[in-house]
Design a protein around this ligand. Structure first.
Ligand code: ADP
Ligand code: MG
Length: 729
């Protein structure tokens, strides 16, 4: 077309140059794409073979499907209550009346009315629903199959699409791109030897095969190639990051005997578990080196990670450094601060003029008052404060450290690489050591893929004396169980214990209802809200003298803190909340966790929530309430949680479940991530292969000089969104 499109760098050309301004704007609006490369990586989810009509009787209910069928009947009716009309189409999988039928409706379907005539064969995509007595698709996306496409037996790609950018349009635009693409303007960057070994097509050919395969197997191989490419780039960029970290300088912070760390160990009211001692040694040894520690500490909620981190912090302070502990929420930061100062006791007190034997410990969050804030900042800058605990407020520009030696990050899922790096950049001229803590067990493949640049330490066993948690599913359809659920809460309070009740949402606002109805997602009715639960408990006679309080993210942070403090102090008996309490909250007297409509939460999330109880030596109970039938697939999921307390087992189950989600095509697209084809669940073997190949490449002399394009492509390849994406997929 134009000069630019023939240049070597087709992929970085703006879409407007190749497809025109109007199409480019539409693609930008629909998917956020700006360049040819981004759109080329808009890969089909699946393909339809057009030779035959799709057997309608075999369509899975409640799933997104694509059907090739023939229109056998059309009709139109006026809306009663508002303006507009409904165009109804009946399609069949056989000509005439013989076949199975499927109905579809188009609200104000002007376009459908002119496209879909009796006898037309078309491909329809939508979610299969049941309406009155027949199967139906609502507002399906469709493409009329003309004579030509019926004669050409190529599989038809089905793309992630939208109403404004339907499948047909994407196919047309893509065909146009493919015409412009050549081996010259879309060069290969993977080493040829790798392509040969794995029998992968060269890059531009792979694009052609993925978007417009002559046969399905070509599309499959092309998919493999791109998944491999992504895995390879990811592994290579992680390896490069590792190498860089290895060359960075950190101040060595060896353990000093007779220091705060020793005093702290001597005053610990319990004996460290074997795991805690082991990971403690690993961390301590890392800190002795003059290049940065980069370690992930994983262990279940309550496994005693904070103590381990605190020992590392004290070692660093003893060696003249400061530490920053970064928590994902204000509530957690405040709680860490409270429990740490309590554990440290006199050691958290530098005394006036630093004559005390301890170190300053300060809290800095976004909601801190000006004076408080100034004092905290001053302590950090002067070095009087050895440990600062805070939220991302710590990343702020005014925060200056005298000598930052260690960054501890709690719950790494909430922080990206960039934020980690922002905090690490606050060290003077060397890189601080980093310890990342997570309570979500990370399966091996994920660890290796997403966190391949971190060393890992694991606390497997909880401290002894930790009481077991028993978990039960409560079928709410049965009134006996339902009533028993509320009685259990009041009984627990009568024993002097406290109770968490977690609901999937805050309120029953019209807005939320509207959304639910509009998506046709939800047939089981509304889930329990915090507001509704408060109302419900307030109306029960048993609860008259019970102190019930609501907590959710929309409250102002001082109120939230006040409520958490009251709950921790025992001034609230029953805390009804959303998942704001999910991470790390520690109230020993809480023994019962009730989760309403538990099927709305993920496996890992439920496991985390359950970890809130049974922490103070008292046995804990977790009740998973659900209105679903016992044989509903989501109830099976709850059974998995009921059956084990092993976080790693649950993390694997969680992954496996999401894998099913992917196979069914439920996976959302539109992510701006560089990862399009790779799924850590499906592509486990591929990732290991890529890892080996990266090792081999890096062992080659002068590989950097030999593969400059590869190296350039790898730079900054792993960004925050990529990790987030991987984490969810
Ligand atoms: P995590 O941060 O991993 O959720 P914490 O460090 O908060 O766990 O520990 C949970 C509770 O267990 C705390 O009250 C802590 O004081 C206590 N604890 C930690 N280690 C031990 C141990 N070895 N023996 C007994 N109690 C411990
Ligand atoms: Mg914790």
């Amino acid at each position: 077309m134009t000069a630019e499109t023939t240049s070597r760098d087709f992929e970085s050309s703006p879409l407007s140059v190749v497809l025109g301004a109007k199409n480019a704007t539409a693609l930008e609006k629909a998917f956020g794409y700006g360049t040819v490369g981004e759109f080329l990586r808009h890969f089909p989810r699946r393909y339809v073979e057009v030779g035959e009509l799709t057997p309608i009787a075999e369509l899975p209910f409640d799933e997104h499907v694509t059907v090739v069928a023939q229109v056998v009947n059309i009709s139109q009716r006026q809306m009663h209550s508002r303006k507009g009309f409904i165009f109804e189409v009946t399609v069949s999988d056989e000509l005439g009346d013989a076949g199975q039928q499927l109905k579809m409706t188009f609200f104000n379907g002007y376009q459908a009315r002119s496209d879909l005539l009796v006898g037309t064969i078309a491909m329809f995509s939508g979610k299969v629903g049941w309406y009155q007595d027949h199967l139906q698709l609502n507002q399906p996306d469709y493409a009329v199959l003309d004579e030509a496409s019926q004669a050409d037996p190529r599989p038809i790609p089905i793309y992630p699409a939208s109403a404004k950018m339907p499948n047909k349009k994407i196919r047309d635009l893509m065909a146009h791109l493919l015409e412009q693409m050549t081996q010259e303007n879309l060069p290969e960057f993977l080493p040829q030897e790798l392509l040969d070994t794995h029998h992968y097509p060269i890059r531009h050919q792979a694009y052609a095969n993925r978007h417009s395969p002559r046969e399905l197997k070509h599309a499959y191989v092309a998919r493999q190639r791109f998944a491999f490419e992504e895995a390879f780039l990811l592994q290579l960029s992680l390896a490069e990051r590792n190498r860089q970290i290895g060359t960075q300088h950190s101040v060595a912070r060896p353990r000093r005997s007779g220091g705060l760390a020793d005093k702290f160990d001597a005053q610990l009211p319990f004996i460290l578990t074997d795991d805690q001692q082991q990971v403690g040694r690993e961390i301590s040894q890392d800190l002795e080196l003059n290049h940065p520690m980069h370690r992930l500490l994983q262990g279940e909620v309550g496994s005693g990670k904070t103590v381990v981190a605190l020992r590392a912090i004290l070692q660093v302070i003893d060696a003249g450094g400061q530490a920053a502990l970064l928590a994902p929420t204000e509530v957690l930061a405040a709680q860490h601060y409270a429990s740490i100062t309590k554990m440290l006791g006199a050691l958290a007190d530098p005394g006036l003029f630093n004559e005390g034997e301890g170190t300053g410990v300060a809290l800095l969050t976004g909601s801190a008052k000006t004076a408080q804030r100034r004092e905290a900042l001053l302590g950090i800058a002067s070095g009087e404060t050895g440990l600062i605990v805070g939220t991302h407020a710590l990343l702020g520009e005014q925060v200056r450290f005298a000598e930052l030696g260690l960054v501890v990050i709690d719950e790494q899922h909430r922080f990206g690489v960039e934020q980690r790096d922002a905090l690490r950049a606050k060290a003077n001229d060397s890189v601080p050591h980093t310890l990342v803590m997570t309570a979500t067990p990370i399966p091996r493949t994920v660890a290796m893929t997403v966190f391949g640049d971190l060393d890992t330490s694991t606390i497997k066993h909880l401290p002894v004396g930790r009481a077991p948690i028993s978990t039960h599913i409560v079928p709410m359809q049965l009134s006996g169980y339902r009533n028993r659920l509320y009685t259990r809460i009041s009984e627990e309070v009568a024993k002097g214990h406290q109770v968490y009740v977690v609901c999937p949402r805050i309120s029953d606002s019209a807005g939320e209802q509207g959304v639910l109805l509009a998506t046709y997602e939800d047939t089981s009715g509304q889930s329990m809200s915090v507001e509704k639960m408060l109302e419900l408990l307030g109306g029960l006679p048993d609860f008259e003298s019970i102190r019930v309080q609501g907590l959710h993210s929309q409250l102002d942070s001082n109120d939230k803190q006040g409520i958490m403090d009251d709950f921790a102090a025992g001034d609230i008996d029953v805390l009804v909340s959303t998942t704001v309490i999910e991470v790390g909250v520690d109230v020993h007297n809480a023994t019962l966790m009730v989760i309403m409509d538990a099927e709305r939460f993920g496996i890992s999330q439920l496991h985390q929530l359950r970890g809130r109880v049974g922490r103070g030596g008292l046995p804990g109970t977790c009740l998973l309430s659900t209105w679903l039938d016992a044989d509903h697939p989501s109830v099976n999921r709850l059974r998995v949680i009921e059956s084990t307390l092993d976080g790693f087992e649950l993390a694997e189950a969680d992954l496996a479940e999401r894998k099913e989600g992917n196979i069914l095509g439920v996976q959302q697209s539109g992510s701006q991530s560089a990862l399009r084809e790779l799924s850590i669940i499906r592509d486990r073997a591929l990732i290991e292969k890529a890892r080996d190949d990266v090792r081999a490449l890096m062992a080659m002399p002068a590989w950097r000089e030999k593969y400059p394009v590869l190296l350039a492509t790898t730079k900054n390849w792993v960004d925050e969104s990529t990790r987030e994406f991987l984490n969810k997929n």
